[in-house]
Design a protein around this ligand. Structure first.
Ligand code: AP5
Ligand code: MG
Ligand code: ZN
Length: 214
């Protein structure tokens, strides 16, 4: 199972990926999470990525393709992976085609989680993440038992720096301009599948599993 999880910012890629990992035990590779880890560790990559992320812009293709190339070459990706938030440009999609071919792998499908723009801002602005274990919550749609505290590990919840309404508007514009064309790209490649992301999280997940089995 070599799956691409696509969709606009806040669509639920990370939420669905976490459920897939639990069921299928394959690595979840999120370029956004990789960049955030680099920012936290103040590496050179992190310093470069932060400037772009804070403005809601994409990190340059050469940088992003480089980290994905390295990650996909690791042994745990042989039996499968869930790529979340990559590719995001046609250049990245073309590079991925080469990387996968070089590794002797084949993409299973490109799953696009479709959610209307007006719902996405509310999802991002209300998102909270555990500092300790990374679990994702939402103040309205997936509220923790105690505000600001992780149900799983008791860790403190925080808000992502790019989850303000203003930055989210930029992220949505970037998505429309640079990432949306990938829908046509994967339709042409015969890999495209669409999921209705405007449903409760568990229903979205059961649709994901149905599509994967189909
Ligand atoms: P990244 O971290 O990938 O952010 P994104 O694509 O904007 O997506 P999000 O993580 O915001 O949303 P998600 O779809 O994972 O939603 P989630 O499940 O959390 O990228 C961040 C930045 O890094 C980019 O802007 C860019 O700068 C850089 N970057 C990353 N990849 C790059 C690349 N390939 N090239 C260049 N630059 C790159 O859900 C959101 C919220 O909604 C949560 O609170 C959740 O609880 C809630 N929710 C989820 N599902 C539902 C539901 N069904 N109903 C109600 N609420 C729901
Ligand atoms: Mg995410
Ligand atoms: Zn936690």
């Amino acid at each position: 199972m070599h799956i691409l999880l696509m969709g606009p910012p806040g669509a639920g890629k990370g939420t669905q990926a976490a459920k897939l990992v639990e069921q299928f035990h394959i690595p979840h590779i999120s370029t956004g999470d990789m960049f955030r880890a680099a920012v936290k560790n103040q590496t050179e990559l992190g310093k470069r990525a932060k400037v772009c992320m804070d403005q809601g812009k994409l990190v340059p293709d050469d940088v992003t393709i480089g980290i994905v190339r390295e990650r996909l070459a690791e042994a745990d990706c042989k039996k499968g992976f869930i790529l979340d938030g990559f590719p995001r440009t046609v250049e990245q999609a073309e590079a991925l085609e080469n990387i996968v071919a070089e590794l002797g792998l084949k993409l299973t499908c490109a799953l696009n989680i479709n959610v209307p723009a007006q719902e996405l801002i509310e999802r991002a602005v209300g998102r909270r993440i555990c500092k300790k274990c990374g679990a994702t919550y939402h103040v309205k749609f997936k509220a923790p038992g105690k505000a600001g505290v992780c149900d799983i590990c008791g860790g403190e919840l925080y808000q992502r720096a790019d989850d303000s309404e203003a930055t989210m508007k930029n992220r949505l514009a970037v998505y429309d301009g640079q990432t949306k064309p990938l829908i046509e790209y994967y339709k042409k490649a015969g890999l495209y599948k669409e999921i209705n992301g405007s449903q409760p999280m568990d229903k979205v997940y059961s649709d994901v599993v149905t599509v994967l089995h189909g």
